[in-house]
Design a protein around this ligand. Structure first.
Ligand code: ADP
Length: 320
């Protein structure tokens, strides 16, 4: 979870197709099976492994009442420099400040002997990335259902002066009822003064907005999340990201040239195409506001499911 300074390098490799992680550091020892703080206030039992990211490992854990949570573990040794500490504390401060049904809940944060622990709401149905890997692509009704929740979470963040800056399928989790939970605030930024522009080049190649890469003098703001939502919309319907190609430089060139196409072998509905094209507008000031996006005919016409069954992990639901 590293904000990158120029020259732009990916936080992680392009997400589809999966490439080996760039992070090759040695695996740190597992946290103790009983996770507690120094003052004896918190107590969790580690019960399973959920996954690992740029600098954290995430475990499933249980509190004294048997409630399951996700426990994000960062080793103290990985916080040796002031920069890594500042970054982690920024992530915690931002994530802690947010409370929304479609954002991974942040419960606690405490220090143990060797690690810093973040106790998060458990998302038992994996990420949208896992789901898309199994399904290849989603139906329009499912995409409507998920996207409205992602947009709701994002609109909430923006009204709380937070830009996520790394919205992508792998950071969008699903709870047991197949509701969206946006997570990983490792690259999020707080807009402290209205009109402030951010200058750090960061994100994940396939999802980066053009102004982050090519308008570094002017900087970027909330609209970068809208762009990523456009990439997510395309990816869910088509089955691969719009600017995906062989290497990161070529991806950036395609983003700069706004070069993407709709596959001829699988027709995408005109309203879906139109909304994707509207969102993937190169100039951030011309990109639609999130409220305009949800009022587009892609959302207001066609089937809108009231829930998605967990069987949708493996099979396209029949909404007839
Ligand atoms: P990093 O900030 O280091 O990139 P992430 O927050 O992306 O770490 O988490 C790494 C992995 O842990 C995720 O890809 C996912 O598999 C798992 N994970 C993270 N948060 C949760 C959660 N709240 N519930 C379930 N699994 C999670």
């Amino acid at each position: 979870t590293t904000p990158q300074k120029a020259p732009p390098k990916p936080k992680q490799p392009p997400s589809s197709p999966p490439l080996p992680r760039q992070n090759t550091k040695a695996t740190p020892p597992s946290p103790p099976s009983t996770i507690r703080d120094k003052h004896g206030q918190f107590y969790f039992q580690r019960v399973g492994f959920l996954g690992e990211g740029g600098f954290a490992r995430v475990y499933e854990a249980e509190d004294r009442q048997g409630t399951r949570v996700a426990c994000k573990v960062v080793t103290r040794s990985s916080l040796a420099t002031k920069k890594t500490k500042t970054k982690l504390y920024a992530e915690i401060r931002i994530h802690k400040s947010l409370s929304h049904p479609n954002i991974v809940g942040f419960q606690e944060c405490f220090e143990g002997d060797d690690n810093v622990y973040m106790i998060l709401e458990l998302c038992t149905s994996g990420s949208l990335m896992d789901m898309l890997r199994r399904r290849r692509r989603l139906t329009e009704p499912e995409t409507r259902f998920f996207l409205v929740q992602i947009i709701g979470a994002c609109h909430y963040m923006h009204t709380h002066q937070v830009i996520h800056r790394d919205l992508k399928l792998g950071n969008i989790f699903l709870d047991g009822k197949m509701n969206i939970k946006v997570g990983d605030f490792g690259l999020a930024a707080l807009i402290e003064n209205p009109g402030e522009r951010k200058k750090t080049i960061c994100g994940t190649p396939n999802y980066i907005a053009p102004e982050v890469l090519f308008d570094t003098a002017n900087g970027h703001s909330y609209e970068v999340d809208t762009w990523s939502i456009g990439v997510i919309l395309y990816t869910l319907l088509v089955g691969r990201p719009p600017f995906q190609t062989k290497d990161v430089k070529a991806i950036y060139k395609r983003i700069r040239d706004n070069e993407y196409e709709f596959p001829s072998e699988r027709p995408i509905a005109p309203a879906s195409k139109e909304l994707i094209q509207l969102i993937l507008t190169p100039k951030p000031e011309q990109r639609p506001a999130l409220l305009d996006v949800v009022h587009h005919s892609f959302f207001t016409t066609g089937t809108f499911p009231s829930y998605i069954s967990t069987s949708a992990h493996d099979f396209a639901p029949d909404f007839r």
